[in-house]
Design a binder for this molecule. Structure first.
Ligand code: F0G
Length: 478
């Protein structure tokens, strides 16, 4: 197979991009408090903030929008979504939600008793938030390699069974709310989980009577890695692999905004009728009727169709290959990134990129802001700011201090990714010019979304429009 296969689709509709000047971008980032989440999208040239809800829908998905059944109750669009989930993931029951975190909220309330532990393969921001809000205590049981940006492991998202066993030994099975197995692991760099690991954790959980749940948000990309890397799966289709994966868990939370190729939507799916009944009770309170859960009928139609398209082998070979293309361009230029390259994004290692900054100077936040000023490319901090504070109010200091260049699905061409790579390479050349930041506004939870910063070393007399790439000295030309 080609290493970087061409797009298995052609373009039927285009959306013009906005170009900006450096001066405009310096002003925009200052107004956004050096937080790329707060930039208006009209000031962004190439938007790699997230792969969430940013996919391009297919002609078939757009056509499905027209046949959405907008009945308040008993929508046939829900039936179509449920049938797709049953056929492709194998769960009999589906409860729709407006997006992934809606599903996380509901499952956390159902499965967690206050004081119980919730082991998972690394945290995700909204997932952990809802676990903690329900009184749970998150415990990271991912293998150590996941925290090492350069550990070369084919399945860096695997759960470390020894860590899980230790937790169960210490607190008993009744002390564990459930095990959350994310496929792939976003904050480790989009790293996959092996089929073997899913199977072993499933057996372990069954033996101890513990619920084995999955955050299946990027399960299609995970299935592709299993096909490429795990013995015995080279000739198995990604659709079959995904179904086998789902056979090893009791249920899932799903953000349809990723591997269902839609702009909004999510769901819970499960085998247990007991969980189904509780989920339906909660969904009417927080999301909507169990036959729409916060989505329009047309959204459910588009999601039912996207779920199937995302499990197409040619689509996935291109999708994951395109992310790898960006990664390889950066590796060739000696840029420090998380390796192996994951499924949805390339992650810059901000510690290595900016060794002159302390983690408390928010290097990944500063690097994301500087990349925007350099090029109009929007990326996202995934380090100390995203990790937030612990129960005692202290900053968590994650080992990984990263900037995520997230590739939306079916949206940008490799030429766009060349622009991104060139900008990062140029910024690396003048990395000493990038200074740290400090908070000027810190919200109490999920702070990365709306926090505001200012540069640490604002020169005297300078206004708020100074960018972090401007105040330090220019690098010596060698
Ligand atoms: N789980 C994972 C692994 C995610 O990456 C996300 C969202 C969610 C759950 C929550 O889903 O956004 O639909 O409520 N990730 C986005 C991102 C926000 O940019 O990584 P949601």
């Amino acid at each position: 197979m080609m290493r970087h296969p061409a797009e298995p689709y052609r373009i039927k509709m285009v959306e013009p991009l906005v170009m900006t000047t450096r001066e405009e971008r310096e002003e925009a980032i200052a107004q956004a408090g050096w937080n790329t989440f707060l930039l208006p999208s009209r000031k962004v040239y190439i938007d790699l903030l997230t792969d969430s809800g940013t996919s391009a829908m297919s002609d078939r998905q757009w056509s499905m929008l027209m046949i959405g059944d907008e009945a308040y109750a008993g929508s046939s669009s829900f039936d179509r979504l449920q049938s797709a989930v049953q056929a492709y993931y194998g769960f009999p029951h589906v409860v729709p939600t407006h997006q992934g975190r809606g599903a996380e909220h509901i499952i956390s309330r159902i499965l967690i008793d206050p004081g119980q532990f919730v082991p998972g393969n690394m945290y995700f921001t909204t997932t952990r938030y809802h676990q903690e809000a329900a009184g749970g205590i998150f415990v990271d049981v991912v293998i150590d390699e996941a925290h090492d940006p350069h550990a070369d492991h084919p399945f860096k998202g695997d759960i470390d069974l020894a860590k899980l066993e230790r937790l169960v030994d210490e607190h008993g099975a009744e002390g564990i709310a459930y095990v959350n197995h994310a496929v792939t692991v976003n904050l480790a760099g989009g790293q996959p989980v092996s089929m073997r690991n899913l199977r072993e954790v499933h057996e372990f959980c069954q033996t101890h009577g513990i619920v084995h749940w999955s955050d299946a948000t990027r399960l299609a990309e995970n299935a592709y890695f299993i096909q490429q890397r795990e013995d015995g799966y080279a000739d198995v289709s990604t659709a079959e692999i995904a179904k086998e994966m789902m056979g090893y868990v009791d249920g899932v939370t799903m953000s349809g905004k990723k591997d269902c190729l839609v702009n909004i939507g999510g769901f819970l799916a499960m085998r247990s009728e007991e969980i189904l009944v509780k989920a339906r009770e909660l969904v009417v309170v927080y999301e909507g009727m169990p036959s729409y859960g916060g989505m329009a009928g047309r959204d459910m139609e588009a999601m039912a169709q996207g779920l199937v398209e995302a499990l197409d082998d040619d689509y996935l070979a291109h999708r994951v290959g395109q992310v790898r293309y960006l990664g390889e361009r950066l590796l060739e230029a000696g840029i420090p990134i998380v390796t192996p390259v994951g499924g949805h994004a390339v992650f810059l290692d901000a510690r290595e990129f900016l060794p002159h900054l302390e983690q408390d100077d928010y290097p990944a936040q500063a690097l994301a802001a500087a990349l925007y000023v350099e090029s109009g490319v929007r990326s996202m901090e995934r380090g100390i700011v995203s990790a937030g504070r612990d129960a005692d109010g202290r900053d968590r200091h994650p080992k990984l201090e990263l900037v995520r260049l997230t590739v939306p699905r079916r949206v940008y061409t490799d030429r766009h990714l060349d622009v991104v790579a060139d900008a990062v390479i140029e910024l690396y050349r003048k990395r000493e010019t990038i200074g740290g930041l400090r908070f000027v506004y810190e919200p109490p939870s999920l702070r990365f979304f709306t926090a505001r910063f200012e540069p640490l070393q604002v020169p005297t007399g300078a206004g708020p429009e100074v960018s972090p790439t401007r105040f330090a000295q220019e690098p010596a030309l060698t």
